[in-house]
Design a protein around this ligand. Structure first.
Ligand code: DAH
Length: 340
């Protein structure tokens, strides 16, 4: 094989290797194989000086032309591969601006709002109207008109947040009874949902919390009506197989008064950690509206009677959703809210 033939073979092999290189690293090793420090062409150029002087110019030209041709081809292939890379990158990063935006985290209703809505819906189905009432109250509406004696412990500074000018933050929603009865004549059936405040904080008490007050005034209202309404409510908010228990109790603004327990939503009454082994959970206060409350709003007590009830919304939400710390409602941890 003469020199020209040898160069031609190397060139053909190199050309096919260059075309076959499928990436810049592969192309670089092809370059090294032929044109690197120990590359085939490099070696040939180094060996030229061993040829007889007469053959050197021709052989030198052949080898050099081959080197130039391969260098050019490498440059072209490298540009091609880099271009492919760029095209691929652009394709990968392509954004379809006509697609609708993905709603990653749609808003959720706070569990307290959900329970409020459900309580209002159940009472509305029984003919109760929801009414707003103020959170800033006076001693008269929060206590006096509700028949709290002057020395009642709930008036103590420790429970009530007092404001300047004889005002206070209402400690319960019961003042709504007075506000609404002052404005409207019986018959009426009202629920008053809203925020309440007490100077109290632990796993089951928050300084701000929510209650729903409810009351109904008409002729011939009896305790049996109260039982019927509360039973329908409890069955609606929890489940129809939850049992109710009415226990005698005391509130200044009702007579007789009762506390209402439900059979434990966790164990069904058998006794567990949630109900402290009792099988019952207290969820409501209620009673027949005290005549002195009706008198304070100048209702004819000879003709009208009423019942009233009040409940804590956090307590109901905790039982419904199995939440064991009231503070979770108000920490504003988005991971908590997203679960509802
Ligand atoms: N206001 C009471 C409280 O905050 C709850 C309550 C009990 C409301 C009995 C009522 C009722 O209307 O009849 O503890």
């Amino acid at each position: 094989m003469d020199f020209a033939e040898k160069i031609e073979r190397i060139r053909q092999q190199a050309e096919s290797d260059i075309r076959g290189a499928e990436g810049l690293p592969a192309l670089e090793s092809v370059r090294a194989r032929y044109l690197g420090r120990k590359g085939e062409i490099t070696e040939i150029l180094k060996g030229l000086r061993l040829l007889p002087p007469g053959e050197r110019p021709k052989a030198g030209k052949l080898a050099n032309d081959c080197k130039v041709a391969l260098t050019e081809l490498l440059g072209a292939r490298s540009g091609e591969l880099a271009g492919n890379l760029e095209v691929k990158r652009l394709k990968d990063e392509e954004v379809d601006v006509t697609l609708p935006a993905g709603m990653k985290y749609p808003g959720k209703l706070h569990p307290i709002t959900r329970v409020f809505d459900e309580v209002i819906r159940i009472f509305a189905s029984m003919g109760f109207t929801a009414v707003d009432s103020p959170e800033i109250e006076t001693d008269y509406y929060n206590f006096e008109a509700l028949n709290f004696q002057a020395d009642h412990p709930a008036r103590d500074m420790q429970d009530t947040f007092y404001l300047s000018g004889g005002k206070l933050l209402r400690t319960h929603t019961s003042p709504a009874q007075i506000r609404i009865m002052e404005e409207r004549d019986p018959p009426l059936a009202v629920i008053a949902p809203g925020k309440c405040y007490r100077c109290d904080a632990d796993v089951s008490h928050s300084p701000m919390f929510h209650q729903v007050e409810g009351f109904l005034v008409d002729e011939k209202v009896t305790f049996a009506d109260l039982k019927g309404v509360l039973t329908a409510f409890v069955h609606g908010i929890f489940s129809p197989d939850v049992k109710l228990r009415f226990r005698p109790s005391f509130f200044p603004f009702t007579e007789p008064s009762a506390e209402i327990d439900i059979s434990c939503v966790s164990c069904g009454g058998a006794g567990c950690r949630l109900c402290g082994g009792a099988g019952w959970l207290e969820i409501l206060g209620a009673g027949m509206i005290h005549p002195s409350v009706l008198e304070s709003v100048k209702y004819d007590t000879g003709r009208f009677q009423g019942f009233a009830f009040g409940m804590g919304i956090e307590r109901i939400a905790m039982l419904k959703y199995g939440i064991d710390d009231i503070r979770l409602f108000f920490d504003n941890d988005i991971r908590f809210i997203r679960q509802f």
